[in-house]
Design a protein around this ligand. Sequence first.
Ligand code: UTP
Length: 224
Amino acid sequence: MKVVVSLGGIFFSDAESIKKIASVLEELAKSCNLYMVTGGGEIARERIKIARDLGANEAFCDYIGIAVARINARLLISALKDAYPEPFSDYKEVAVAKAAMKGESAKIAVMGGVSPGYTTDAVAAILAEYVNADLLIDVTSVDGVYDADPRMYSDARKYDKLTPKELVALTMKEELKAGSRIVIDPVAAKIIERSGIKTIVIDGSNPRNILDAVHGKHRGTEIA
Ligand code: UTP
């Protein structure tokens, strides 16, 4: 089973949190062909804000987010015993590296950001499409997709299930600026729609939720 996991930048604030996630990922890699994509989180947003205040345009700010996401990819690689030593910056290189192992290795491929105009959720969706993944898991700081940001609106309603079309309709209302605070960005939603890859959005505060999601026992939002 091929699984792509998009891991939000929030999980990279200290060594203990990264170690806990790495140990779950190593367990998962024993039975799955695992591909990881790391986000930039608050550090990316802070640095983007400074650049914007200095007059940088959105594409320039996006490159700051990409760089921070790649730093987090290096942090994850530092914590994993059997990962490719460098973060990948190209989808094709990941597929070629994995194909060279002929499925014999549990080596985990890690990517950060790739190009301006989207977030690492879209990177994960494109990677999932390119490698024909069976499952895409978006690990975030909220426990699923809501009709409004639950951190700001206490009456926000969570969706247990969404069709890709419904996800696209929801995310198209969002503003796509560098560092936008959105659960899934609209580019990711469109890729999920066109590829038809089953996607699950879960809360990563307990990393074992990732294993549960692979085994179909999640409490997040399923997009299929
Ligand atoms: P993230 O992927 O971290 O944003 O990218 P996110 O999903 O909102 O954050 P978390 O980590 O789940 O909290 C941060 C920013 O980096 C730029 C975008 O500006 C994005 O908002 N970015 C990232 C790109 O432009 N391209 C990429 O491929 C990745």
